[in-house]
Design a binder for this molecule. Sequence first.
Ligand SMILES: [Zn+2]
Length: 279
Amino acid sequence: MKYRSLLVLMLTGALAFSSLFTTTAIASEAAKPSAIAKSAQAAVSTKKLQSIYSRNKALYDSAEYKSRIAAITAQNSEFYIKDIDENLFARINGKSYKENCVVPLEDLKYIHVLHKDINGNIHKGEMICNIYIAADVLEIMKALYDQGYPIERMQLIDDFNADDELSMESNNSSSFNFRFISHTNKVSKHGLGLAVDINTLYNPYIKQVNGKTIIEPLTAGAYVDRTKSFAYKIDTADTCYKLFSSKGFEWGGNWKSVKDYQHFEVSDKTLAVLYPDNK
Ligand SMILES: [Zn+2]
């Protein structure tokens, strides 16, 4: 890429980013007839959902909520939560945070953790999820790490160009990836960062359609039979299942019509309270 086009891209990204926060910047940029201003304008034309952070500032800025996070960080400084800053936004913009994303950026949090693979090797892990579950996820990841629970890979899905299939085939654990539920204007739970997928290759999504078995990822055929025993398998006796369940998450492995063994999510009831305008 030529330097000039890179610079324009960076400027466009920076403007789009700042315009998410300041309406005054939008107004002044809109007056300029440049391509950069038009791009910034387009980025804010998507109507955002009502922010749960804005509506519950007292809760999320409370000493109690912050102390939960601080308690984990105090035990190991590699476990922490931060806002989606400019550098992070540059990583997710146009990937998991797609152009038509209606999720307020302030509702998303970046989580940094350590995790161990099946051989006990320690890796740095990253995840973006909703502020509503951020403290829970940090606590769960710390408990999993302490107990030596194996998680092979935890990278932002943006490292896979926000491609779910590629991420799952790499056994990547992740949460936020913006999307609407097919043929609706309703944002999915992953689209809101309210669902978490763990060890995705070994815990596939399985659906029966007209006698045919559909598997995601496509390469997970060996892990469809859940009576077999293999590494990274999630079942109801599993530590990961127990930790997520203890915090009120629902597990896709308990669903009837489809099975989603990698998937933990907040309930529909909770979702309706958090985002009443998500319809
Ligand atoms: Zn999922």
